[in-house]
Design a protein around this ligand. Structure first.
Ligand code: NAD
Ligand code: UDP
Length: 316
């Protein structure tokens, strides 16, 4: 039975990965320190014989007995609000933490998949963003704690590939949403849905002309699974995301319509270095994995709204 280690297992994406790899017949070891994740995301797996959870901070080190076939390194705060609240933890988990994970991959001869991000492109000057683009990142701005940590992790991963032949794969994930996001993690999808469901004003930052492209989590998990499973790969770096692009102000209107809310839109200052546009070029993923997202925004937003509605009910 294939043994898979998932760091950041209690997070939004990590917990969906645990579900998927167990469903595919793997034995999954999840690691998390609950910095931004939640035990509730894994509650349903705790009695599963093919799942094991270790509460641990990977910055402290990482040792495991026995065989390991695959490591999915996903531990890291991902919401801008979270990584600005935990700037040092963010830098450390995607530098010191990454080096511990890579050493383990080297020791176990395990395949290694790293969760990088569209943020490595910074505020891009090329649109849409292909993997060949080197980015436009402010190395000392507030977002640099995330962007530069991810860029360092990418560089370290490539060095482990070149120096030691570790089978590394880097995926640059574009904005992904869906059930198990925290209601108030500050990202635009949960923020707008929470505000709309509560009947409070939706907070659009800046004039709302900045764009994002939203991928539903099930599509992303399919893409990650394909990247992890494929033995022969042409590219070590792949974008995964949905190329359908929306202005943030239009996205706010969509959420108001889909929730049937009476909320209005208000405008707040744009955070520093907020990227003006973002849209993945997914030609590589399409060519090498025959992967492209299947779930429309309509469908994905519907199930995300239902999830947040049930969360709010539980809180009442
Ligand atoms: P999340 O905050 O829900 O999950 C991150 C998990 O990592 C949390 O459970 C957190 O407790 C854990 N963690 C953080 N530091 C840790 C440490 N030192 N030791 C052990 N566990 C630690 O975020 P997410 O949206 O699920 O993102 C997961 C990964 O995907 C991150 O690496 C993120 O950068 C990347 N990513 C996500 C998106 C997205 O749109 N969701 C986009 C690009 C990249
Ligand atoms: N945003 C917004 N209102 C909110 C939260 C976010 O207008 O309540 C904007 C934010 O400024 C950015 C976009 O929505 O332009 C996406 O933000 P998010 O925090 O989800 O992730 P990012 O893509 O910036 O990492």
């Amino acid at each position: 039975m294939k043994k898979v280690l998932i760091t950041g297992a209690a997070g939004f994406i990590g917990s969906h990965l645990c579900d998927r790899f167990i469903k595919e017949g793997c034995y999954v070891i999840g690691i998390d320190n609950f910095l931004t994740g939640s035990p509730e995301n894994l509650e349903h797996l705790l009695l599963n014989q093919n799942f094991e959870f270790i509460e641990h901070d990977i910055i402290e080190g990482l040792e495991l007995e026995g065989q390991l076939d695959l490591i999915l390194h996903f531990a890291c705060p991902a919401s801008p609000v979270d990584y600005l609240n935990f700037p040092i933890e963010t830098l450390m988990v995607d530098s010191v933490g990454t080096s511990h994970v890579l050493n383990l991959a080297k020791e176990k001869k395990a395949r290694y998949v790293f969760a990088s991000t569209s943020e490595v492109y910074g505020d891009p000057q090329i649109h849409p963003q292909p993997e060949s683009y080197w980015g436009n990142v402010n190395p000392v701005g507030p977002r640099s704690v995330y962007d530069e940590a991810k860029r360092f992790s990418e560089a370290l991963s490539m060095a482990y590939y070149r120096e030691y032949g570790v089978d590394i794969r880097i995926i640059r994930i574009f904005n992904t949403y869906g059930p198990r996001m925290k209601l108030q993690d500050g990202r635009v999808v949960p923020n707008f849905i929470f505000q709309a469901l509560k009947g409070i004003d939706l907070t659009v930052y800046g004039d709302g002309s900045q764009t994002r492209s939203f991928c539903y989590v099930d599509d992303l998990i399919d893409g990650i699974f394909s990247v992890a499973e494929k033995d022969e790969i042409k590219y070590r770096v792949l974008n995964l995301g949905n190329p359908d692009e929306f202005k943030i102000v239009d996205f706010a209107r969509i959420i108001i319509e889909k929730t049937g809310s009476e909320s209005k839109i208000i405008f707040k200052p744009l955070p520093p270095d907020d990227p003006q546009m973002r849209k993945p070029d997914i030609d590589r993923a399409h060519e090498s994995l025959q992967w492209s997202p299947k779930i429309s925004l309509d469908e994905g937003i519907k199930s995300t709204i239902e999830f947040f509605q049930s969360q709010l009910k539980e809180q009442e």
